[in-house]
Design a protein around this ligand. Structure first.
Ligand code: NAP
Length: 286
């Protein structure tokens, strides 16, 4: 498609950006829907974040996605923080509305939508989240919003798991445990879904797995991995081998992008095309 002065601009702030899959996914979506938008990778060094945020207003951008390391730091430069971003404590999508910069977070809802797409209903589930970083926080928020029965944050560091649980425990049944505790074993035995929100198993260290004692799980437990490179992690492969329903991390990446697309354009995102673009991008990545 031809880029003209009328073309609406969106993009991605991060540092370093490396080979991000978001441009290929969004530009494929704009091409197939015929929307006159372009998505640009925009590497922003931390010391220039404030100027870069002002820059999108000055240059008439419709918005940007925000990734590591700017997701929290960017919040102080925005005019408004939507409730989705307040809950997760981070912004991954900015929309510029009449010159006002509004920060959203589409990770929590995107994750829950990816489960739904895979035929898994988060409502009423007892969830065990492995890891206590940024992605874990979005997943915890997603489960609470979706009406999960309980959420256990399990990490190698008990204090980090506890701190994460404390962010939510006033309003929802969330607790934090360490991987070497009896509470962790009890949570696995009670789990409706177990989610890997650590980098364990991510390329190039693809043989690694989080420490799940498989014999403790019920046969109906769902195994979910946020890692999407490789698409089938060794955690998911072992879950499949043992007969569990498994859900890969690419669905979250697609759905968080689809929600950002919808915030910018007001149109429904073509998620099938976005998936195709993502998979071919992943093939070229490693
Ligand atoms: P993060 O903020 O750095 O948090 C990582 C978490 O994993 C922390 O709790 C960390 O524990 C733990 N961890 C790291 N290395 C570990 C190891 N060797 N053994 C045990 N625990 C370990 O990272 P994040 O942003 O939450 O991302 C986590 C994973 O999710 C990444 O693999 C990322 O690719 C994936 N992700 C996927 C999507 C998607 O759309 N599918 C979106 C976001 C993230 P410590 O604090 O003790 O180090």
């Amino acid at each position: 498609m031809e880029i003209t002065a009328k073309t609406k601009k969106v993009g991605l702030f991060g540092w370093p950006l490396g080979h991000s899959l978001s441009p290929v996914m969004h530009n494929a979506a704009f091409a197939v829907t015929g929307l006159d938008y372009v998505y640009l990778p925009l590497p922003v060094a931390p010391e220039f974040l404030a100027q870069a945020v002002e820059g999108i207003r000055a240059l008439g951008f419709r918005g940007v996605n925000v990734t590591i390391p700017h997701k929290i730091a960017v919040m102080e430069y925005l005019d408004e923080i939507d409730s989705s971003a307040k809950l997760v404590g981070a912004v991954n999508t900015i929309v510029v509305d009449d010159g006002r910069l509004i920060g959203y977070n589409t990770d929590a809802k995107g994750y829950i939508r990816s489960l739904k797409e895979a035929g898994v209903n988060a409502a009423g589930k007892s969830a065990v989240i492995l890891g206590a970083g940024g992605a874990a926080r979005a997943v915890v928020a997603g489960f609470i919003e979706a009406g999960a029965a309980s959420v256990v944050v399990a990490a190698r560091d008990k204090s980090k798991a506890g701190n994460m649980a404390n962010l939510f425990s006033a309003s929802a049944p969330v607790s934090g445990v360490s991987w070497d505790s009896e509470e962790f074993a009890a949570a696995l035995a009670n789990a409706g879904i177990v989610v890997n929100a650590t980098p364990l198993g991510m390329y190039p260290e693809t043989k690694k797995q989080p420490p799940v004692e498989w014999d403790l799980l019920q046969s109906s437990t769902v195994i979910s991995d946020l890692v999407y490179n490789p698409l089938i992690t060794s955690f998911l492969a072992e879950g499949t081998r043992r007969g569990y329903t498994v859900v890969g991390g690419e669905g979250m990446l697609i759905e968080q992008g689809a929600l950002a697309f919808e915030l910018w354009t007001g149109s429904k995102a073509p998620t099938k095309i976005m998936r195709q673009a993502l998979l071919s991008g992943l093939n070229n990545k490693n």
